[in-house]
Design a protein around this ligand. Structure first.
Ligand code: PLP
Length: 391
């Protein structure tokens, strides 16, 4: 007999996983080249050469203790590297004592939520959002309060203000955003900050930033530390260095955060008691030397443009993404029915409902150029079947 809330979650399943499994089923029938699978945001570029060199050097090193336990906050050299990187991009003096190395951004968010939530505390999430947030919040007995963004997927600050109660403990922001691809500009961050600072109790801003370096169309991503006050950055190198399986990231508390010292200690403690103990030792050391490296962002931008043209030429309305790894076009009918219909054309898309944003669908463009080009006919057929383009 398993716990009731886990049993309920097992029954509902993940839509993204379902599409992924449907893709495998179709590939077994039609062959992999005839199925256009845009369901999963798994970065397909290999890690940059700096990472591979660091792995090689470290693996061959005579140094002892590379694989040993260390402080729960992580290796000092890695924390120093993160602190000086953050100081450089934010212009604020970030101290390594505010940095805890974690098991990816997911590990960072869980340690942060565990640190700040009492049972029943509310966490505002801005839809569309990465659905795992609901589980992370539930893990620590919090209550998610979902607030819709505006027509351009930007935070609707009136709606956020209306959602704030005496129990609001935190808000999660994610820019560049999965799935919408939008970036929040400085002005938006500043207005959000002012709104939160004007409340009569402290509201933590949990800034989930795994896509921070993936920006397109000449845009850059404003520093959350520079623009938000009570912010905790949750970062991972899953996307910027293509290391999702290595599970390496960090949580960093802003030097301007009102509870900086106590919160930093709490995050380290929670990193330990949640079972991570510490972030993977080997990759903390890799990060120390490869922190300034980046995957080929231009390569992602090229594929984003390619897919965007195919989808919009097939008649779909879509806001061009400024960042992350996804297109989020409008669905011409109920998004779940639409995704099922796409699968009949061997086209795998994720319904917007999987991000609590019905009426849209998500396409991950971190797939091969061959898959993107090959999908053109199927998108046109689907577009024609809904009368979006002439038959
Ligand atoms: C918005 C967002 N947050 C967090 C994560 C989890 O990141 P990580 O795998 O580094 O823990 C992902 C992964 O895709 C994501 O898209």
């Amino acid at each position: 007999m398993i716990a009731k809330r886990i049993s309920e979650k097992l029954a509902s399943g993940s839509m993204i996983r379902k599409m992924f499994e449907e893709g495998n089923r179709l590939k077994a029938i039609y062959g992999p080249d005839a199925v256009y699978d845009f369901s999963i945001g798994n970065p397909d570029l290999e890690p940059p050469v700096e990472v591979r060199n660091a792995v090689r050097t470290l693996a061959m090193s005579e140094e002892t203790g590379i694989h040993a336990y260390m402080s729960n906050s992580g290796h000092q050299v890695a924390r120093d590297a993160v602190a000086s990187h953050l100081s450089r991009i934010s212009g604020l003096p970030v101290d390594s004592s505010a940095v805890c190395m974690t098991v990816g951004a997911a590990g960072a968010m869980n340690a942060v939520l565990r640190s700040v939530l009492d049972p029943g505390d509310e966490v505002i999430v801005l839809a569309p959002f990465f659905m795992e947030y609901l589980s992370y919040i539930d893990n620590h007995d919090g209550k998610a309060v979902v607030v819709r963004t505006d027509d351009h997927f930007q935070p609707d600050l009136v709606a956020v203000a209306e959602a704030i109660t005496a129990r609001t403990k935190a808000i999660i922001v994610n820019s560049p955003n999965n799935p919408s691809g939008v970036i929040y500009d400085e002005e938006t961050l500043h207005r959000l900050d002012q709104l939160l600072l004007s409340q009569d109790h402290l509201i933590h801003i949990i800034s989930d930033e795994p896509y921070a370096e993936l920006a397109y169309n000449g845009k850059s991503v404003p520093s959350s530390l520079a623009n938000l006050t009570n912010v905790i950055v949750c970062y991972s190198w899953s996307k910027s260095l293509s290391l999702p399986g290595e599970r390496i990231g960090y949580a960093a508390v802003s030097p301007r955060h009102a509870d900086k010292a106590e919160l930093s200690q709490a995050i380290v403690f929670c990193n330990r008691i949640l079972g991570s103990v510490n972030a993977p030792a080997f990759f903390q050391r890799v990060i120390e030397t490869a922190i300034d490296a980046k995957v080929d962002v231009a390569n992602y931008e090229y594929r984003m443009n390619l897919l965007y043209d195919i989808v919009t030429n097939a008649g779909f309305r879509c806001q061009k993404p400024d960042g992350a790894l996804y297109l989020f076009p409008k669905a011409p009918e109920d998004d779940v029915a639409f995704a099922a219909n796409c699968a009949k054309h061997n086209l795998l898309v994720v319904p917007g409902s999987a991000f609590l944003c019905p009426g849209y669908f998500r396409l991950a463009f971190c797939v091969s150029e061959k898959t993107i080009r090959g999908s053109e006919k199927a998108f046109r057929e689907v577009g024609q079947s809904y009368g979006l383009i002439p038959g």
